[in-house]
Design a protein around this ligand. Structure first.
Ligand code: SAM
Length: 280
């Protein structure tokens, strides 16, 4: 029996269900249930929330979320080999775990969720970044989620929380920090996972703000930031040449110098520029 519930330890679950990790699915499992409970606690109070978990695998984080009191967990897993192990967890917590077999990039989970909703996941890094960008750029704000608690490769986590002037500062930082509070809440060495990945990992917790920090049209902001950082070593006047014919005037009107580079521009500066460019 494990320390957080009366279910078998994860090594036993993996052996029973023959869940040898597959590299193609980015499977690096967390087997220490005290650690998964600790990650779950970073998601905040879940007693009155539905939690969307992507990529539950053998269920380590799922068990953490449930033992820490999540009202209901909806878990989306692509690897059908994991379903019997997840069904055992669902039996242990009647009515509190629903599992959908599918690709999180294709399944729409919202019809199965009741707000307020939190998201928690330990995902393969490529899928995690793509989902994060989608969750940060919904058609309307506030988004469906109250918070996101996500495992990333440390370098990606640092890009999410980066501030102007640092190498890690870029599109991801602007997107994330414009409409949410983003913090690194845990650092994990490769040895925390089975099998261990090559790099260290970090858990990032993002809380959705009710409104953007500074006003701007989301599409214009997104376009301007992408252009500026695509040529991050160039001065803004040349990196943004295609954004508006009189870009130097727009930059000055936004309080920016045409000779500055993208990585020096604050979130507030990018929003001011997006407003200037949106004037048409
Ligand atoms: N949450 C488990 C843990 O912490 O031990 C497993 C983490 S493992 C890094 C990533 C999990 O995501 C695997 O179970 C994998 O099968 C699943 N996965 C990979 N791509 C996915 C996708 N596109 N949609 C849903 N699940 C996916």
């Amino acid at each position: 029996m494990s320390t957080i519930d009366n279910l078998p330890p994860l090594r036993e679950v993996i052996a029973t269900h023959d869940l040898a990790a597959r590299k193609s699915l980015g499977q690096n499992f967390l087997l220490d249930l005290n650690l998964t409970a600790k990650i779950a606690r970073q998601a905040g109070d879940m007693a009155d929330c539905d939690v969307l978990e992507i990529g539950p695998g053998p269920g380590g984080l799922t068990r953490g979320l449930l033992s820490e009191g999540a009202r209901h967990v909806l878990a989306i897993e692509k690897d059908r080999r994991c379903l019997p192990a997840l069904a055992e967890i669902a039996d242990h917590y009647p009515g509190r775990l629903t599992v959908i077999e599918g690709d999180a990039l294709e399944v729409d989970p919202l019809t199965h969720l009741t707000p307020p909703i939190r998201v928690a996941a330990n995902l393969p890094y490529n899928v995690g970044t793509e989902l994060l960008v989608r969750w940060l750029t919904p058609p309307e704000w506030p988004p469906f989620w109250q918070s996101l608690t996500l495992m990333f490769q440390r370098e990606v986590a640092e890009r999410i929380v980066a501030t102007p002037g640092s190498k890690a500062y870029g599109r991801l930082a602007v997107l994330a920090q414009w409409r949410s509070d983003a913090r690194i809440v845990l650092q994990l060495p490769p040895g925390a996972f089975t099998p261990p990945p090559k790099v260290s990992s970090s858990v990032v917790h993002l809380t959705a703000l009710p409104e953007p920090r500074f006003p701007a049209d989301p599409d214009v902001l997104s376009r301007v930031v992408a252009m500026a950082f695509n040529q991050r070593r160039k001065m803004l006047r040349s990196a943004l040449k295609g954004a508006a014919p009189d870009i130097e005037d727009r930059l000055r009107a936004a309080g920016l110098s045409p000779t500055e580079r993208a990585e020096q521009i604050s979130l507030e500066g990018f929003c001011a520029l997006a407003r200037e460019i949106a004037k048409g």
